[in-house]
Design a binder for this molecule. Structure first.
Ligand code: ACO
Ligand code: KIV
Length: 555
């Protein structure tokens, strides 16, 4: 690898840094830049319809600051801004933000776009990095500062001519991460001197990691340093705008907040230039998992995801934190077992604190389903299989049956080499134990008191289309039924164990019974019966087990 083409990023000299011991206790000011930074990175930028859908979603989620466009970039962007203003689509407590370069004609056009809006954040930027000063602007430090201060003066003057709008100003020394820290401070001070913010009317200074170039701790050091050194700190809102080139935008953003930043610019699921902007959904839900109100409504992440996918025409990855298709799914056996036990224990504890192994968040909190928590493939074990049968069919299999059936399921998956869906698992379970196509079917039974406390049982069975009555004697109905079956069909087995439980509640409740038999060769065979009548359910379970013995089946 040609490592000599690259060099290490210079750390910040801040030995008395305080941020490492800070804890995040409140949400920052969120600003969505989906409709601008996100939009400018799309293969096909959003048209007015998609922009509308995204804007409505962001409002519904509770964003109070939304960068809606770069109005001077295109007629679509300009028209979109006009349309949301003219249609009255912007709630009174939401500020729209618009971006412009520090170029006079673009600034004029931007003001034209926001005419008549109630709350506007006018965001202007120029690149300040050493590289861009050289190759893009071909200018020295003073020249670059003049570009920014000329723009600030023009913007302030134009805003003064539009008193119907409450303007906030935002300045970004773009490519901040490639800019000397003291020079970034110098240019921000120069802009601030023109704008003259106050604690009541603050200036937003947005220090973008336009390209993420260093580890997140360096980003935090930069913010702590900047916060300490900017004058009139209480007249300034420090904003972060991290990109994700190193894959650490969320970490960089969180550490910068610990270091004193007030505001975050990012996008849903991290769409944005190259590797994207910081993902606000992940950041907000990270706060949520710490018991901090994220101040965004994320109760239906599926809806948010599907609108975002429609608008950006980009899929959200299956493993995306909190939101991906697979993130509440466990395939591996030990995880499934622990999740099942965790849910059972959580229900018994009746404690609001959510503690289930392997699940950092309760899927229900973000509108996801428990049903999808466990899926079954060849890496699964009995716990996951038992979970599906319980969650989807209310069956609480005894442990030996869980072990036996998971072997049968495993064999099928090995054979077919693919996942067993819940429906396929149920079909396998029904074929194996409920025997709907078996030669014998129990239709009814009657019991009578016999001699010395015994019971006599008669049962009607359907056998090959004909009705047959069988009779046996025992110390209860099950014992008498076993006797009837053994004498009628001459099959040998012993009865080892029995479990039953109700499925559902009230008038629609049924009973599920499980029996464990042993055949002549000492092999264990299970039978299962389900019926609204508990005695019928038990007899069906015995008949299921006996027919499996007769067919030479085990497990
Ligand atoms: C990191 C970011 O995301 S920043 C936002 C980037 N987003 C976009 O660029 C999307 C929208 N942009 C556009 O549609 C176009 O660039 C427009 C319409 C704004 C401008 O288009 P044009 O003037 O035709 O071209 P272009 O953008 O290439 O202009 C480059 C010129 O602007 C200058 N310039 C670039 N950025 C700035 C700035 N922020 N402030 C002042 N001048 C700037 C360059 O130095 C260059 O000057 P030169 O022509 O004298 O060399
Ligand atoms: C305009 C600025 C904030 C930007 O988008 C960036 O630097 O990524």
């Amino acid at each position: 690898m040609p490592i000599s083409k690259y060099r290490a990023y210079a750390p910040v000299n801040l030995p008395d840094r305080k941020w490492p011991s800070q804890v995040l206790t409140k949400a920052p000011i969120w600003c969505s830049v989906d409709l601008r930074d996100g939009n400018q990175a799309l293969i096909e930028p959003m048209g007015v319809d998609r922009k509308d859908r995204m804007f409505n979603l962001l409002v519904k989620m509770g964003f109070k600051e939304i960068e809606v466009a770069f109005p001077a970039a295109s007629q679509t962007d300009f028209d979109f801004v006009r349309s949301i203003i003219e249609r009255g689509a912007i709630p009174d407590d939401v500020a729209i933000q618009v971006l412009t370069q520090c170029r006079s004609e673009l600034i004029e056009r931007t003001f034209g776009a926001v005419k008549g809006a109630k709350n506007v954040i006018l965001h202007f930027y120029n690149s300040t990095s050493t590289l861009q000063r050289d190759v893009v602007f071909r200018s020295d430090k003073a020249g670059i500062i003049k570009i920014a201060t000329d723009a600030a003066a023009q913007i302030k003057a134009l805003a003064a001519k539009a008193p119907e709008t409450n303007f906030t100003f935002e300045y970004s020394p773009e490519s901040f991460t490639g800019t000397e820290l003291d020079y970034a401070l110098e240019i921000c001070e120069a802009v601030k001197a023109v704008i003259q913010p106050t604690p009541q009317k603050k200036l937003i200074l947005n220090l973008p990691a336009t390209v993420e170039m260093a580890t997140p701790n360096v980003h935090a050091d930069q913010f702590e340093w900047f916060g300490r050194n900017i004058s009139d700190r209480d007249s300034v809102l420090l904003s972060i705008h991290p990109h994700n080139d190193r894959g650490t935008a969320v970490a960089a953003a969180e550490l910068a907040l610990m270091a004193g930043a007030d505001r975050v610019e990012g996008t849903l699921f991290g769409n944005g230039e190259r590797t994207g902007n910081v993902d606000i959904v992940t950041m907000a839900l990270n706060l949520f998992t710490q018991g901090v109100d994220p101040e965004l409504d994320l109760r239906d992440v599926n809806e948010i995801r599907s609108i975002a996918e429609y608008c950006t025409q980009l899929p959200v990855h299956e493993r995306h934190p909190y939101v991906g298709e697979l993130v509440y799914t466990a395939f591996s056996g030990s995880h499934q077992d622990a999740i099942k036990k965790g849910f059972d224990a959580q229900e018994k504890r009746n404690d609001p604190l959510f503690q289930v192994p392997y699940l950092p968040i309760d899927p229900k909190d973000v509108g996801r389903d428990y049903e999808a928590v466990i899926r079954i493939n060849s890496q699964s074990g009995k716990g996951g299989i038992a979970y599906i049968l319980q969650a989807d069919h209310g069956l609480d299999l005894p442990r030996p049956l869980q072990i036996a059936f998971s072997k049968i399921a495993q064999e099928q998956m090995d054979e077919e080499g693919k996942e067993l869906t819940s429906a396929a698992l149920w079909s396998l379970f029904s074929r194996t134990y409920l025997l709907s196509d078996a030669p014998l079917e129990l239709l009814s039974h009657k019991t009578f008191p016999g001699a010395e406390g015994s019971r006599t049982l008669t049962a009607e069975l359907k056998q090959d289309g004909a009705i047959r009555t069988i009779e046996g004697v025992g110390n209860g109905p099950i014992d008498a039924f076993v006797d009837a079956l053994k004498t009628t069909y001459g099959v040998e087995f012993s009865f080892l164990d029995y479990h039953e439980h109700a499925v559902g509640r009230g008038a629609n409740a049924t009973a599920a019974c499980y029996v464990q038999l042993q055949d002549e060769k000492g092999r264990i065979v299970h039978g299962v019966g389900i019926d609204p009548n508990i005695v019928m359910a038990s007899l069906k379970a015995v008949l299921s087990g006996m027919q499996r013995v007769m067919a030479g089946q085990t497990g």
